[in-house]
Design a protein. Structure first.
Length: 499
């Protein structure tokens, strides 16, 4: 591959100059992918791309390269990672593009409008290195709030002209088309049947119960097909996968047509947030075991077998895996607890290799027996949009005599985003915390939570929403049905901040 002439001016096929309007861009490439078709498609439209290796150093050379006539360059994650992931004295790595990384302080500061083209493959199950590179790029985009367009090599091969137009629109050559809301599909989405799948290791259970996996998505972009492909590669063929499209507008559901196996897509009549969409998915599901997954997770082989084995114990109501970060698989969380009255989650670290009981499990992946899920009425429908749904259902199950368990040997990686990127009003998050506390905690603990949250500017609106709801009736109803009260739970897990 040779360097496209860096003195050439970008022009459209009609001879119009594009250089003054095109944004600077990076083509982000993972393992095993060849960027040549995309580079050639852009070259046909007069857009130069530098494909020569760049010595990144502290990012200065990249800034210099993109400050000249060339609008774009190709980078592989293996070359970029030293710039965007840094360690601290405890060996903990910050997320890609985090505030302390050299990428943030050099490249983002000097090229604030830099855009990214993420080149990936959907049709083939990638090797582990390629999948990890894809998630690393996605983590960088999330943590830097970057402008990103994902380009599948299958789209490029099938419609090079249309794909090139999309890229040029994204880079500013034309006004981008307005994204249309994703439409639900009544058919299963399938691609070629010869697509390879990741081998499955034997789990503890030779015969699984019927399982339905519910993935809720709202404008998840390329995360959604990556997640569904990863789930499909690690579960038996007869496992039902349901994608609940919570009124996305980014076209992400359409990308499921390229996946190697079926995913049934449903769309509620109105946006329901996490609780509403998950409950809607449960209503559509046929399995005796219900698994709820975020649309930005990457599970490893054997995870489902391990969770079903844990749920075979009738005293277990909810189970999850060890949770890692997509950019750092060495960081391991095994459930969480509360250590202060605002009920912020605090991860529990490794506690051995045997399944263990924990106060709460993270909502990014949760498995239930259907009868226990229905016993507590599913996720609390009074929780609005996002927040506290995992802790609420876990605490509800504990009070009914059902444990929450982490299975350490199974692992799922999760894309953690900066909290500011969740487009959720603070009032709703505070309301959900208050509703959880008012539903389950004893009055002295509830008073501590209210006192701690009262200092927040959105407290008054959140508390007004709470008192106008059905929370007190729900509190009384659950108390009458439960084996244990909230004080027992706080004592069981020594949550001293609320005692």
């Amino acid at each position: 591959m040779t360097l496209v002439d860096d003195t050439a001016e970008a022009v459209s096929p009609q001879g119009e100059s594009l250089s003054p309007v095109l944004a600077r861009f990076v083509i982000g490439v993972g393992a095993d992918l060849d960027p040549t078709p995309l580079v050639e498609a852009l070259a046909q439209h007069g857009v130069p791309v530098d494909v020569n290796p760049v010595t990144l150093g502290d990012g200065t050379e990249l800034v210099r390269r993109l400050s000249g006539p060339v609008r774009g360059t190709v980078l592989r994650w293996s070359d970029l990672s030293p710039l965007v992931i840094v360690g601290d004295g405890d060996g903990v790595r910050t997320p890609p593009g985090g505030a302390r990384s050299r990428w943030h302080t050099t490249v983002d500061d000097q090229l604030p409008d830099l855009r990214y083209l993420h080149l990936l493959s959907r049709a083939k199950e990638p090797n582990p290195a390629a999948r990890q590179d894809d998630w690393n790029w996605i983590g960088l985009f999330a943590w830097t709030n970057a402008q990103c367009l994902s380009i599948a090599v299958e789209d490029l091969a099938g419609d090079p002209a249309g794909t090139a137009r999309r890229v040029l629109q994204f880079l500013g050559a034309e006004q981008p088309a307005v994204a249309q809301p994703s439409q639900p599909s009544e058919r299963s989405h399938r691609a070629a049947q010869d697509s390879p799948r990741r081998p499955r290791a034997d789990g503890k259970m030779k015969t699984l119960p019927s399982v339905s996996i519910v993935v809720v998505s709202h404008n998840e972009g390329e995360n959604l097909p990556l997640t569904v492909a990863a789930i499909r590669a690690t579960v038996p063929d007869d496992v039902e996968v349901i994608v609940v499209d919570d009124w996305s507008t980014d076209g992400s559901v359409a990308a499921l047509a390229d996946l190697p196996d079926a995913a049934r897509v449903v769309r509620p009549q109105a946006r329901g947030g996490v609780t509403g969409a998950r409950n809607a998915g449960a209503g559509e599901a046929r399995g005796d075991v219900l698994v709820f997954a975020d649309a930005h997770v990457d599970p490893t082989t054997g995870w489902l077998e391990a969770l079903c084995a844990a749920l075979s114990d009738r005293e277990v109501g909810c189970a999850t895996t060890t949770i890692t970060q997509v950019h750092d698989r060495s960081a391991r969380g095994q459930g969480f607890t509360w250590r202060e009255p605002q009920l912020r989650m605090r991860w529990l670290r490794s506690g051995g290799c045997r399944p263990r009981e924990v106060p709460f499990i993270c909502g990014c992946l949760m498995a239930f027996r259907r009868d226990d899920f229905e016993l507590v009425g599913g996720f609390d429908p009074g929780l609005v949009r996002w927040g506290s749904e995992d802790a609420e259902i876990g605490l509800h199950l504990w009070r009914r005599g059902r444990a929450s368990v982490v299975v350490p040997q199974a692992t799922v990686a999760h894309l953690f985003r900066p909290s500011g990127q969740y487009d959720i009003p603070s009032e709703l998050v505070v309301h959900n915390t208050l509703r959880l506390a008012a539903t389950h905690l004893p009055e002295p603990a509830l008073a501590k939570v209210i006192g701690s949250l009262a200092q927040l500017p959105t407290f008054t609106a959140a508390y007004r929403r709470l008192v106008e709801s059905d929370v007190w009736e729900r509190r009384d109803r659950i108390a009458a049905q439960s084996r244990y009260d909230g004080a027992w739970f706080l004592d069981r897990f020594r949550i001293r901040a609320l005692q």
